[in-house]
Write a new protein. Structure first.
Length: 320
């Protein structure tokens, strides 16, 4: 099996690539290294079946570099997943989140790749959906530019399925955590405590409560649903959407307190803000219904809090 992975030097990209290589697949990892790093894929360098190219997949016709090559599957993970950065620089979401999706769909058509896996987000649901939120939620009103660009990408993929015969698997992630983080609350807390162990500033009042998933469970879910949910002939059967998260939720205060306990022995003063959100576009509460993917036999190894607490330890050790 030959697989093209965009955003392959990121947190999820590394883990998906690792699992594909273990299955005997040949993997071409493409990343512009704007969030991911070459260190993320260093353990694959020189390994049979693995290639890396530093390409920007938001650029028109980037796929021409692959002319004459064949792939069985595209796993499209490239995006600007730093929501607060997207709010400060909105053009980032057009280029890195939507244009990367559109141009990678064009690559799929040009290279005649029938199977397309897409990493979406729970941010497409917006701030006030039913909890836990099912994939069938009818009215989705994102409050972040990132969520809007992902929802627009989903719509484009849906139309691509109808127009070009592509088969698509769309995964709406919870907050993914793990050792090789590039952004997010765990990444921020570890970095802040390194710089200033006396005090930890928390964006928002710390009561934000969300669902987190460990990257190992996330990658396992992506591949399991792809392998077990074979598309049929109807549009609904060829465009399949799965929430991908885990059991339970975790409060930011819990994350702050555990970070301080693990990294400074509890000596750090935690200073909370007053806003119920951490930044413009932040969704203060998320909880995803995961019945659709668990019905295929997927079972997460870690619940939300276990995933976060392990990520704090692993990310701290990896960045030392």
């Amino acid at each position: 099996m030959k697989v093209l992975v965009t955003g392959g030097a990121g947190l999820v990209g590394h883990e998906v690539s690792r699992r594909l290589l273990e299955r005997g697949a040949r993997v071409l990892c493409v990343d512009d290294l704007s969030l991911g790093t070459r260190r993320h894929v260093a353990d694959f360098e020189g390994q049979a079946g693995f290639e890396f190219e530093r390409w920007d997949v938001s650029q028109r016709d980037w796929h021409r570099k692959l002319q004459g090559r064949r792939f069985d599957l595209i796993v499209h993970l490239a995006a600007n997943s730093d929501i607060s950065l997207g709010q400060r620089q909105p053009e980032m979401e057009l280029a890195r989140t939507f244009s990367t999706s559109f141009e990678t769909l064009r690559a799929a058509a040009a290279l005649q790749v029938g199977d397309f896996v897409f990493s979406s987000t729970s941010a497409v649901y917006g701030a006030e959906p039913v909890m836990p939120t099912p994939e069938s939620t009818p009215d989705m009103h994102p409050v972040s530019l990132y969520g809007a660009a992902k929802l627009a990408s989903e719509a484009m993929i849906s139309a691509w399925v109808e127009n070009y015969g592509t088969r698509a698997w769309v995964y709406r992630f919870g907050n993914v955590v793990g050792e090789k983080l590039t952004h997010g609350v765990v990444f921020d807390f570890v970095a802040k405590l390194r710089r200033q162990p006396e005090e930890l500033e928390v964006l928002g009042d710390g009561r934000q409560t969300k669902t987190y998933i460990h990257v190992e469970d996330c990658a396992a879910g992506i591949l399991l649903a792809y392998e077990r949910s074979r598309p049929g002939k109807t549009h609904a059967e060829r465009f399949q959407v799965f929430n991908l998260s885990t059991r339970g939720t975790t409060c930011v205060r819990e994350i702050a307190e555990e970070s301080v306990r693990l990294l400074t022995g509890g000596r750090t003063k935690i200073r909370y803000g007053t806003s119920p959100v951490g930044w413009v576009g932040d969704v203060p509460r998320t909880s995803l219904a995961i019945d659709r993917i668990t019905a295929l036999g997927w079972k997460p190894r870690y619940d939300s809090t276990e995933a976060v607490f392990r990520a704090i330890r692993d990310h701290d050790a990896w960045t030392r």
